[in-house]
Write a protein that binds this ligand. Structure first.
Ligand SMILES: [Zn+2]
Length: 337
């Protein structure tokens, strides 16, 4: 049986997957706040353990590197890249003669800071479907990078300082890499700076960057999380124009972002990527979590055995029967897309 509560629980497996309430032992796919809690012990990649400890200080850990297959508490597991942020892992659990894959957040498109995604064939696929609607199809990465560079140039010509908005862990480092590779120096919001230093410690090379200060930021490109206006260090900045990097930026600027414009650059799979993943993984059973529940019905229309899980739902993995008890739960936009 697979149960979805604060995370994914698999009967006979000693650890939960991405539990958002404190657990004795949990697999943490990556260190975004909507995938973690103050667990006693975590199973994660070494990079994720570093980010996790920045947030929670002390935690016992069982480190498994990407590509490694090993036994954890009597369970045969394998971690492999999800392409989402540095250290982000999918997990394959070999259990009761089944291969169960849990994707965590994942991205199919290329990245400058993250190992490319791997897709493994499996029997049961538990997948996130944040952008599981056909209108969410993102342009090629090069198109998005061109839009970012055009925004920077146009903002400077108009006498303003360009600011790129993206969440502090992952997106901001992707922006920093793009900016540095194109010859711009960056001035970083403190949270972005803290995470960028950790990325650098993990071996990711960036161009020139510094911690934000009021004296030197004007001729640089600012990088900050969407909530920067509420932060004391950067409050009161004038003559700044902000561009948000987000998948929700397909066709509109998210109201909560405080941005003047948006470029669709996401750390998640778009609709076509989600379909491609399923085609390659060839699962017999698909459980979707996060995002739009109609993606599961799109999969059923294509002949897959798919069901969307809301919190409180259980699925029994007997050969043909699936007992499914839906519990109502609304989904907010994922701020860590
Ligand atoms: Zn995430």
């Amino acid at each position: 049986m697979i149960h979805y509560n604060s995370g994914i629980e698999i009967e006979g497996v000693n650890f939960t997957l991405d539990a958002t309430r404190k657990n004795d032992f949990a697999f943490v796919s990556h260190a975004h706040s909507d995938h973690v809690a103050r667990h006693r012990k975590i199973l994660a990649t070494p990079e994720t353990i570093i980010f996790f400890r920045k947030r929670f200080n002390r935690v016992l850990s069982h480190a498994v590197t990407l590509g490694q297959r090993t036994m954890v508490d009597g369970v045969d597991v394998e971690l492999f890249s999800s392409g989402h942020i540095l250290g982000a892992a999918q997990i394959m659990i070999h259990h009761n003669s089944r291969k169960i894959v849990y994707t965590g957040d994942f991205k199919m498109k290329e990245s400058a800071t993250v190992a490319p995604i791997e897709i493994k064939k499996c029997d049961v696929l538990v997948m996130e479907t944040t952008y599981g609607r056909p209108e969410y199809v993102f342009p090629d990465r090069n198109v998005s990078i061109d839009l970012i560079l055009k925004f920077i140039k146009a903002t400077r010509v108009s006498g303003y300082t360009p600011m790129i908005l993206g969440y502090s862990l992952g997106k901001a480092q992707e922006a920093l890499k793009i900016i540095g590779d194109n010859g711009y120096a960056a001035s970083l919001h403190p949270k972005v700076h803290e995470m960028s230093v950790l990325y650098r410690k993990c071996g990711i090379k960036f161009g020139e960057f510094e911690l934000f200060n009021h004296e030197t930021y004007k001729d640089k490109v600012l990088i900050a999380p969407p909530g920067w206006r509420r932060n004391s260090e950067m409050r009161g900045l004038r003559r700044v124009k902000a561009c948000m990097l987000t998948g929700w930026g397909v066709g509109n600027i998210p109201r909560w972002s405080g941005a003047d414009s948006a470029v669709p650059l996401s750390d998640h799979a778009d609709y076509n990527d989600l379909l491609e993943y399923v085609e390659k993984a060839e699962p017999k059973k698909i459980l979707t979590i996060h995002g739009f529940r109609e993606f599961a019905s799109d999969l059923r229309d294509r002949g897959y055995d798919a069901v969307h899980l809301e919190k409180g739902d259980s699925v029994y993995l007997t050969d043909r029967t699936t007992k499914h008890a839906p519990v109502k739960q609304t989904k907010n936009m994922d701020l860590f897309e």
